[in-house]
Design a protein around this ligand. Structure first.
Ligand code: M6R
Length: 611
């Protein structure tokens, strides 16, 4: 949420910062700004809206500088206005900072500063922080010390980059709860909230941990605690392929990411299954066979799409490994004094590995002594680093705000987990494991087949794009896919949509159905197929317009539906992957036909790193 980029070095800082901000725009795009140090003075330019607008504003200015910081904002305190945009300067204009996170005690701190004569131009917590630093600087005459003293007074979260006119050769960075990395180059160094912002310049990064700060010049960096104790940090390598963060010819990241799924699903299982040994294992799942055999409960904590993947995980683990599972909204779990019985593993699922609620829920579980396992996509993310064992999805960067490929990779990883548990606990036999591996290996080709439906889904999108509401129906393991289909439509097309277990219709939602209500039904050919057909008959008799995703040709189904999309048959455990793809495409084309901003839908951000 929000993005930070900073640069110090021999190059011009502005293009580096602007390009970096564009890479981070998916994290927040209400407003943006940059601060450059020129001839010992800080100059700030800010604008509301997208970064192209900021670029326009910068045109014609003298922007020459080797030190700069920038920010793209997702508003928390104060509306998206120029005043509230970052960077924020101290009252005397000498110190300037960009900030991700929330200073929770900012009102109290602001009152204290006002009493000392400080005036504020914005409604933000960030302006309070920069003035707090300025206040301590006036007392200590030492910028680093001033930052340390100010941060010690902060309650809440921060990832900050700070520049000071008095020290025009460096920036400072510090973090607590909001990710921040230092990029290490030759004769130049960087700071960013996300590696994708600086990947084209360097793959050498240092992950700052909570309560650590960095003082960075073009040829050196020093990491310390807030008590100024030096810390030795290792330089990590980020090995993402740069083409993965470009659109590669697609009109939108979302479409590109949908179309990558044959490959990303394969990446999620590659090297983790062996037909020869008849085995399924997950790299990073470093709990012993004894731990797995003794398991009595699994608790999933996640948000949004990852929560839907966790719901699929519940069906998988309960049926295949015979372990009771609960699926928790991370935001609720963290505050409700959760009960974690003995022999429970808490599994945090998160594409970004940085979602504040999921991270907090995971920490809560850890503090209570639970084994904590993380399933994440972003390498080196907080959740990955803090869990006792962790598995990466290897889906590559997901830039579109609407999560697509991460979902199918999460489901793939959860299916692997279920079969691994099942094998260790003896609830599945070798024949079943072999069948699973064979179906898994056949899946990428089947995904490519489903992607062939693009044009037909676009036509359906045209039919439903003016609807005010939509219902998504599914049952059993495909019910969470209905929830996910509804979320996709809501978040990028702004059509109100709900996911329901098909049989729940008659307990209320059926009252909503009329000829204006599109119903998207997931009806693969499985043990409860006939039940779903009966549920759809009920919809049909209320004049609902049904669009179905099915897996076996059926004239009865075609008779009650406006259109049926057939996905290839696959194993029960893997069907949520295949049926989700037409729903992703449908949401994409509805938003496309409505001319909406698909990759950056309103009010949303890719990683929700604030509460
Ligand atoms: O990075 P995470 O998987 O932890 O993110 C969780 C949700 O914020 C995320 O899935 C969100 O719901 C997406 N916009 C859904 O498309």
């Amino acid at each position: 949420m929000c993005g930070i980029v900073g640069y110090v070095g021999d190059k011009q800082a502005l293009p580096v910062v602007i390009e970096g901000l564009k890479k981070l725009e998916y994290r927040g795009y209400d407003s943006s700004g940059v601060a450059l140090v020129q001839n010992g003075k800080i100059g700030v330019t800010k604008e509301v809206g997208k970064i192209v607008r900021l670029q326009k504003k910068l045109q014609g200015q003298n922007n020459s500088s080797g030190l700069g910081i920038g920010h793209t904002r997702w508003a928390t305190h104060g509306e998206p206005t120029v005043e509230n945009a970052h960077p924020h300067c101290s009252m005397d204009g000498k110190i300037c900072l960009v900030h991700n996170g929330i200073v929770e005690n900012y009102k109290f701190l602001r009152t204290e500063l006002q009493e000392k004569g400080y005036l504020f131009n914005s409604q933000t917590d960030t302006e309070v922080l920069v003035n707090l630093i300025s206040y301590f600087k006036s007392k200590e005459n030492d910028t680093k010390k001033a930052i340390q003293l100010a941060l010690k007074k902060v309650e809440g979260t921060y990832g900050i980059a700070v520049i000071d006119e008095d020290e025009p050769d460096r920036f400072y960075a510090a973090r607590c709860g909001s990710p921040l990395i230092i990029g290490v180059g030759g004769n130049e160094n960087y700071v960013a909230s996300d590696a994708s912002a600086i990947m084209i310049h360097t793959s050498n990064v240092i992950y700052l941990d909570d309560f650590q700060m960095a003082c960075v010049t073009k040829d050196d960096f020093e990491i310390t605690t807030l008590d100024d104790e030096p810390i030795e940090k290792k330089i990590d390598k980020v090995d993402w392929d740069i083409s993965a963060i470009t659109k590669n010819g697609y009109e939108h990241f979302m479409l590109k990411e949908i179309c990558e799924q044959a490959e990303t699903v394969q990446n999620a299982y590659r090297g983790r299954v062996s037909k020869a040994n008849c085995s399924v294992r997950l790299g990073g799942f470093n709990f012993s066979a004894r731990d797995v055999r003794n398991l009595e409960n699994v608790q999933f904590v996640a948000c949004g799409t990852s929560w839907h993947a966790a719901q699929v995980g519940k069906y998988l683990l309960e049926k295949i490994a015979r372990i009771p599972v609960s699926v928790e909204y991370a935001s609720e779990y963290r505050y409700r004094n959760p009960i974690i019985p003995q022999n429970t593993i808490v599994v945090a699922i998160s594409q970004s590995g940085a979602t504040a609620d999921t991270l907090a829920a995971m920490r809560e579980a850890k503090n209570r002594g639970a084994m904590v396992y993380g399933i994440t996509n972003v390498v080196g993310s907080e959740i990955a680093r803090e869990s006792d064992g962790g598995t990466y999805l290897h889906a590559g960067p997901e830039i579109g705000v609407a999560s697509t490929k991460a979902f199918t990779s999460q489901v793939t990883a959860l299916a692997l987990l279920a079969y691994h548990f099942g094998q260790v606990r003896g609830s599945v036999d070798n024949q079943q494991v072999l069948e699973f591996i064979e179906e898994l290996e056949a899946l990428p080709a089947k995904i490519d087949q489903v992607l062939e439906y693009k044009q037909q889904l676009k036509e359906v999108a045209n039919l439903i794009k003016d609807s005010k509401n939509a219902l998504f129906l599914g049952r059993d393991i495909n019910f969470p896919s209905a929830l996910e289909g509804a979320l996709k439509l809501k978040e990028i097309s702004y059509i109100h949509a709900e996911g329901y277990p098909a049989a729940e219709m008659k307990h209320g939602p059926i009252a909503l159905i009329d000829e204006n209500m599109p119903i998207v039904s997931i009806a693969p050919y499985d043990a409860i197929y006939n039940k779903i057909i009966s549920n759809l008959e009920e919809v049909k008799s209320r004049k609902g317009k049904i669009y179905a995703v099915a897996s076996q040709k059926d004239e009865n189904l075609e008779a009650i539906c406006q259109k049926v999309f057939y996905v290839p048959q696959t194993l029960w455990a893997l069907m949520p992957i295949l049926v989700s793809i037409p729903l992703q495409l449908l949401a994409y084309y509805v938003a496309y036909e409505k001319g909406l901003n698909i990759d950056q839908p309103r009010n949303l951000a890719k990683s929700v790193t604030v509460e």
